[in-house]
Ligand binder design. Structure first.
Ligand SMILES: *[C@@H]1O[C@H](CO)[C@@H](O)[C@H](O)[C@H]1NC(C)=O
Ligand SMILES: *[C@@H]1O[C@H](CO)[C@@H](O)[C@H](O)[C@H]1NC(C)=O
Ligand SMILES: *[C@@H]1O[C@H](CO)[C@@H](O)[C@H](O)[C@H]1NC(C)=O
Ligand SMILES: *[C@@H]1O[C@H](CO)[C@@H](O)[C@H](O)[C@H]1NC(C)=O
Ligand SMILES: [Zn+2]
Length: 420
């Protein structure tokens, strides 16, 4: 089924190229709020060719040698200038750590918002046992649909697509990663190193590095997208690609992220992607629904609803899913599936909490206060804050490292979306 469609697309694309060369678009989604993934917009990003002089023109400064991660926008509210500078420095140190492990050919641009979330979004800032819930978040500013070698198209973070250095590429947004950090958190900054971290303090470097990994692509599209209003019926699917307008909702398949390509069931080591393919029997791409309620109701009435219910069971049962990027390195990491009910952005998109005591401590769901990043590196016997399992996942997404000099590269897809 998927294969047939691909062949069709290719044929149409061929004709399309000849007659309407400028109208070749790719499929992108832009995000505007690191804390709310619903604040987004589908954009038809045209394929463009880079001006090669753009990169070679400037002689690299010594700073660029160290870090390819740059702060392009920095908003710092409700904090002193001294704190704002400490935040900036912390992000630059995290950028250096990332640039040391991953060979970034194109710079990555960040938009950072350091703000008091308890003032601007009190709902995100409820205190639970004296602990602030949201301390930080990061998200790729643009996700770009690319075609993988298994015939499925998946969403890739712009930071990574840039590294592939396609001659022609979907137009990039000016920012690669958006990030928000909560200024009400009792932070310990790297420059405070002469003052020991207090038991309730969070090391900002630790949190920033964790969040940037999400922004670089450590994130799953297996989530609770269809809200039914029934607490006992939680549906977990890969992301339904929909275009919502005033009078209709157009459904265009369930889509995974690049990260999801390596997910397996621990029970049989089978990939999750065939489940996405089965979910896609729900409706042909381009199927129209009256509104979101109508779409969800149709899904509830479909055969595929059982798959989504089963995925909820699996993703709320300990030791059910792993990331296993075996085509790169045989590192398997058990993912977070202990949260009940399922939590978007937390479940599956993290390592199981038990890794907190291992060199792969960085991507667990709950970050520990009272420890700095270097404390954790030392205590777990790690050699880098980016642990071996995390590194293998990022390498298999397509990030280059010294031992992974020719990373995997998906292909461009050319949907016919010239009209939108
Ligand atoms: C931050 O906001 C709080 C509450 O509005 C206020 O009490 C505090 O003085 C502000 N701090 C700074 C540094 O602006
Ligand atoms: C920073 O983030 C908060 C919380 O999402 C938002 O309300 C605010 O508008 C953002 N500020 C800027 C300047 O983007
Ligand atoms: C959505 O469409 C259904 C079916 O036509 C209709 O009954 C319902 O009122 C609509 N809901 C909204 C929120 O417009
Ligand atoms: C999910 O688990 C519940 C409780 O264990 C069970 O009743 C239900 O049948 C399961 N659903 C599926 C689709 O497996
Ligand atoms: Zn996280």
């Amino acid at each position: 089924m998927a294969f047939l469609k691909l062949k069709n697309n290719f044929f149409i694309f061929f004709i399309f190229l000849i007659f309407f060369n400028e109208l070749v678009f790719s499929q992108c989604i832009d995000y505007f709020d690191a804390l709310d993934h619903e604040v987004k917009r589908n954009v038809a990003c045209p394929l463009v060719t880079d001006d090669p002089s753009k990169y070679s023109r400037r002689a690299p400064s010594s700073y660029e040698d160290e870090s390819k991660i740059q702060i392009t926008e920095f908003k710092c509210n409700n904090a002193t200038e001294e704190i704002c500078n400490k935040v900036k420095d912390t992000i630059l140190i995290a950028g250096k750590i990332i640039s040391k492990t991953f060979i970034l050919k194109s710079p990555i641009f960040l938009s950072v918002n350091y703000t008091n979330l308890c003032v601007v979004q009190p709902d995100l800032c409820k205190l639970q046992g004296g602990k602030v819930v949201v301390i930080g978040a990061a998200q790729s500013a643009r996700e770009i649909l690319l075609l993988d070698d298994d015939g499925l198209s998946r969403y890739y973070p712009q930071s990574l697509v840039k590294q592939y250095q396609f001659k022609k590429h979907p137009e990039f947004a000016p920012i690669d990663i958006i990030a928000t950090f909560n200024s009400i958190v009792n932070w310990h900054f790297p420059s405070d190193s002469d003052i020991p971290i207090q038991p309730k303090q969070f090391d900002m470097l630790y949190i920033v590095l964790h969040e940037l990994m999400h922004g670089l692509g450590f994130t799953s599209n297996w989530q609770n997208w269809f809200l039914t209003g029934n607490k006992n019926q939680i549906l977990i699917t890969s992301k339904p690609d929909v275009v919502i307008s005033d009078n209709e909702v157009i459904f265009d398949e369930f889509k995974e992220t690049a990260f999801d390509r390596h997910l397996i069931f621990n029970s049989n080591y089978k990939n999750l992607s065939p489940v996405t393919v089965k979910l896609n029997d729900f409706a042909n791409p381009g199927t129209k629904f009256k509104n979101v309620t109508d779409l969800i109701q149709n899904f509830l009435n479909s055969k595929q609803v059982v798959i989504a219910e089963n995925m909820n069971n699996i993703s709320t049962t300990f030791n059910s899913l792993s990331s296993y990027p075996k085509s790169c390195y045989t590192e398997r990491a058990i993912l977070e599936t202990t949260l009940i009910p399922f939590q978007n952005g937390q479940s599956i998109s993290h390592f199981d909490q038990s890794y907190i005591n291992s060199p792969d401590f960085l991507m667990t769901t709950i970050q520990v206060p009272g420890k700095t990043l270097s404390d954790l590196v030392r205590q777990t016997g790690a050699t880098s804050p980016i642990g071996p399992k995390l590194q293998a996942i990022m390498e298999c997404l397509g990030y280059e490292t010294k031992r992974n000099l020719i990373p995997y590269r998906p292909k461009l897809v050319y949907p016919l979306s010239g009209k939108s």
